[in-house]
Design a protein around this ligand. Sequence first.
Ligand code: 5GP
Length: 212
Amino acid sequence: MSGGRLFVIAAPSGAGKTSLVRELLAREPNLRVCVSHTTRKQRPNEVDGRDYHFVTAAAFESLVAADGFLEWAKVFDNYYGTSRGALAAAFGAGHDVILEIDWQGARQVRERTQDPVTDQPGCTGIFILPPSRTALEARLRGRGTDDDAVIARRLADAVDDMTHHAEFDFVVVNDDFGQAVADLQAILAGRGDALRRGRRDLAPLLADLLAD
Ligand code: 5GP
């Protein structure tokens, strides 16, 4: 890996991560997103090669066997991975790169990019939280025609994902969209100290989000 800096951004589904990253990319000309591989079905609004590289399970497995992934994980019954090739392409021309992946992948990237001498990770981790449990439920429900069992599983998965927030360097709350984008820009610019994980003002929100 050469050139720019590596950012890893994770969130539970329903936190608005994809929209935030899209806006961030529009505002940051030197930032690129790394296009992941996945075995999940392509959605109608998605473009192969832009949103994901959509591949078969067999193709995914052969890339795993060839050590073609920096990280990969099973998320919601499908496989997702960051290929070394896609990462190298994104890093072209000295761009900063953002990986939009889950906490399992983020953990692998953190370990695998760690400097062997200083133990410093070679990436900056950012976790996005929704502004409340109520807002999260509404967003998960608002997505379409899924039945209650599907929504309940998504909510349980989201709560489970959020228990990993402390493995990230920064935590951004997507309450006001514009503010959340500004927060992400501040982190990219090295002005994100007020957004570090473990800050005290997050405690009530985390208690609400992680309640059983
Ligand atoms: P979706 O199918 O809704 O696009 O994504 C489902 C989840 O998979 C999201 O949490 C997303 O961040 C995660 N994901 C997407 N690409 C990758 C990847 O390359 N690696 C890992 N570990 N997770 C990914």
